[in-house]
Design a protein around this ligand. Structure first.
Ligand code: BGC
Length: 703
């Protein structure tokens, strides 16, 4: 940080009273009855959800900015005129709602996710918000957990790439620019390991797995400059994340050099009491502050207890100063001391701009994954009459997915309209929203498309399920439609991988659309009718049945590796042990072949070039996401059977071959070793250039 900035905040700190320092450490939820005096006395450092807090109180509709300006003005009437920082969950877009983060990961295109974050920052800052509670970087291996929708799936490499791109998208090169906002890497850490997929439950993660799987996306976010971090609700290995000094201070600040501030999750400091680690509010606040946590999200316990704890000698002046300084540092970096107010005039040009919609369309298109396409049923061409049926046919806000407090249904073209607009001339589309009507009409059409899956409220915070099958009634609908025997396409909307084993075998084509956002309907039409071709890849393993989870591609081999027939091999007696669909899988409207694998050497010294030829052997142009995996055959600790180390997308014309080259660097082979240190070990490795995590051309090298 430039010396002048550090001088500025240090001088400010020197003028602050204890109350004012504690004031900076509190985030309040904005509401109409929030006491103006608390703001004028400098007792609040941040507000969450200011937009909308004063609806109906004389602010104009472009009034989100006016509302935060109203609160800001009160804060600037305080003695030292320290501005508030306004936070909100801008998770996958603001008014322009992009696909859910899990879907964005399926695009395997971190730059595109970064561009989406940049649009979200422009829109949110135009509404008076300078701080988003994103990106959500929790690795998830159990899709029963509803928050799997909010993250980028199961793989640390892919998640890390996206983490860095999204942080840069939100924050830009210069965080103080008016259209940039502070990122918050959350939920630190291990939140996705909640037992049984039940949100808020505890989890246990071994140190090597924590270091090599769960921490890397956070480290990538910190290296990309994330200004803040949020502690998770979880009790990890017996220590609630909000009180974990080793992870919050030693790792985050000590090992990684993080100099921003850490905010708790909603009331998670106070929750140290029911966790059974703190006796009362004062105890909880002390534990969190000692751990290195700087801002209390809405529980009020810092405000209520830290003053007395200081007098009683339970906390030190140094740790209080340090916390206040970190908050001031980020406010300064965000430019709030220079421009605390938002120009309300920005709302019109900056929100819902045409380019934002174009980007949302592209991202929605690239995130959808084609799972099956028997006899090239898709794209739908040459049919005279098609029935489109299912509860999603008129969908608007149902396309948004979880965490879209600022998305508006009226901004979305209803799905049926969007499909009509994209269908080829001369093709008749019939619509039916009930199974009875659909089954009746199906006899009179040439093909059927069923739009099924999960309503957005079925994923997201605490929206966990015990059954990964389709929601009630839908599999019966598919069964009945199957009986009629028309070519059948399933479009599945969901916030998680669903166990669709039966439907995958019944349907001729399956397109997994996730929750695709504001332009999802048009994007779907473009793919179904062949204006564009699908290119998404699964960022998470699809199980055959709920009982198979947790299931993920980078598992360990075991002493008796998976084998369906071996009585004493890893298996189920009632189910194949393999996933329904592996991580990295996705089809196109054409086919690709891999050949001619080459390694620049069979010994790695520093780095190695690995290349293969990829040919489009089908009749249409297509995008292939070529993936690089490695396996370390012998380690001081057991190693995953595959780990993703790179990916590249290629657009190939029919008949075209291109050589894809990856550079694998020695440090990419490092892991947490038996003695706890991080580094490589000499030995033999397998390497694959592959279309997904189960197939590919295999080579060997030694380090
Ligand atoms: C969630 C966070 C979110 C916060 C603020 C909590 O319940 O766990 O992800 O940022 O609320 O809305």
């Amino acid at each position: 940080m430039p010396q002048s900035a550090e001088n500025f905040i240090n001088q400010l700190l020197n003028q602050m009273t204890t109350e004012e320092k504690i004031g900076q450490l509190n985030q309040f939820s904005a509401s109409a009855d929030l006491s103006p005096d608390l703001l004028r006395q400098g007792k609040i450092g941040s507000l969450i959800n200011a937009s909308g807090a004063l609806t109906g109180q004389g602010f104009s509709d472009s009034g989100n900015a006016e509302i935060s300006n109203h609160f800001q003005k009160l804060a600037l009437e305080s003695r030292l005129k320290i501005p508030l920082i306004f936070g909100r969950d801008v998770i996958h877009g603001f008014r322009t709602v992009f696909p859910i983060p899990l879907a964005q990961a399926a695009a395997f295109d971190p730059d595109l996710a970064g561009e989406a974050a940049s649009v979200a920052a422009r829109e949110a800052t135009a509404s008076g918000i300078q701080w988003t509670f994103a990106p959500m970087l929790d690795i998830a291996r159990d899709p029963r957990w509803g928050r799997v929708a909010e993250g980028n799936g199961e793989d640390p490499f892919l998640c890390s790439q996206i983490a860095a791109a999204v942080v840069k998208g939100f924050q830009g090169e210069d965080l103080s620019a008016p259209d940039k906002m502070v990122a918050c890497a959350k939920h630190y850490v291990g939140y996705g390991s909640a037992e049984g997929g039940r949100d808020y439950e505890g989890g246990e993660i071994s140190e090597p797995t924590l270091r090599d799987v769960y921490l890397p996306p956070f480290r990538a976010a910190i290296e990309a400059g994330s200004g803040t971090v949020m502690s998770a609700f979880i009790d990890l290995n017996g220590i609630p994340a909000t009180a974990d000094r080793r992870l919050l201070t030693n790792v985050l600040r000590g090992e990684w050099g993080f100099d921003g501030f850490i905010v708790s999750d909603w009331e998670s400091i106070k929750e140290l009491i029911p966790h059974g680690i703190a006796e009362d509010e004062a105890d909880a606040a002390q534990l969190a502050l000692h751990a290195g946590l700087d801002m209390d999200m809405v529980s009020g316990v810092f405000l209520n207890t830290l003053g007395k704890s200081l007098t009683d000698g339970k906390i030190s002046r140094e740790e209080l100063d340090e916390a206040a300084l970190r908050v001031l540092r980020i406010k300064h970096r965000a430019g709030l001391f220079d421009h605390p107010y938002t120009d309300a005039g920005r709302a019109t040009p900056d929100i819902l701009a045409p380019q934002a919609r174009t980007l949302a369309r592209k991202l929605a298109r690239e995130s959808m994954v084609l799972l099956k396409n028997e006899n090239n049923l898709l794209p739908l061409q040459g049919f005279r009459r098609i029935l489109v049926a299912g509860s999603f046919i008129h969908a608007r806000a149902e396309l948004f997915g979880t965490w879209t407090p600022d998305g508006r249904a009226e901004d979305v073209t209803p799905l049926d309209e969007a499909l009509r607009e994209t269908a080829p001339n001369g093709m008749e589309l019939w619509f039916a929203d009930t199974p009875d009507l659909a089954l009746h009409l199906a006899h009179q059409v040439d093909a059927v498309v069923l739009l099924i899956g999960e309503h957005p409220s079925r994923s997201g915070e605490n929206a966990n399920v015990s059954d990964l099958g389709l929601p009630p009634g839908q599999s019966e609908f598919v069964d009945a439609m199957k009986e009629i025997g028309k070519p059948m396409t399933l479009v599945i909307f969901a916030g998680r991988p669903l166990a669709i084993t039966r439907q995958l075998s019944q349907a001729d084509a399956v397109l997994y659309a996730w929750h695709p956002g504001i332009e999802g309907a048009a994007a779907l039409g473009e793919l179904l009718f062949g204006h564009e071709a699908p290119s998404g890849r699964l960022p998470i393993t699809f199980p055959r049945a709920t009982g198979q989870v947790p299931i993920y591609y980078n598992q360990k081999n075991s002493g008796r590796p998976v084998h369906p027939e071996g009585q004493f091999k890893t298996r189920y007696i009632d189910l194949l042990p393999s996933p329904l669909l592996p991580f990295g899988f996705g089809l196109a409207y054409t086919q690709f072949e891999y050949g001619n694998l080459k390694l620049s050497s069979d010994v790695m010294r520093g780095s190695l070039e690995i290349s293969a030829g990829v040919t489009n052997v089908g009749a249409r142009v297509g995008v292939e996401t070529v993936q690089l995996y490695v396996r370390d055959l012998v380690g001081s600790l057991t190693r995953p059977i595959r780990e993703l180390k790179g990916f590249q997308s290629l657009t190939l014309q029919p008949g075209e071959t291109r050589r894809v080259t990856f550079v694998l660097r020695e440090e990419q082979l490092a892991f947490t070793r038996a003695d706890g240190t991080f580094g490589t070990e000499p030995g033999n490795f397998h390497v694959w250039v592959a279309p997904d995590s189960q197939r590919g051309l295999r080579g060997e090298f030694c380090l």
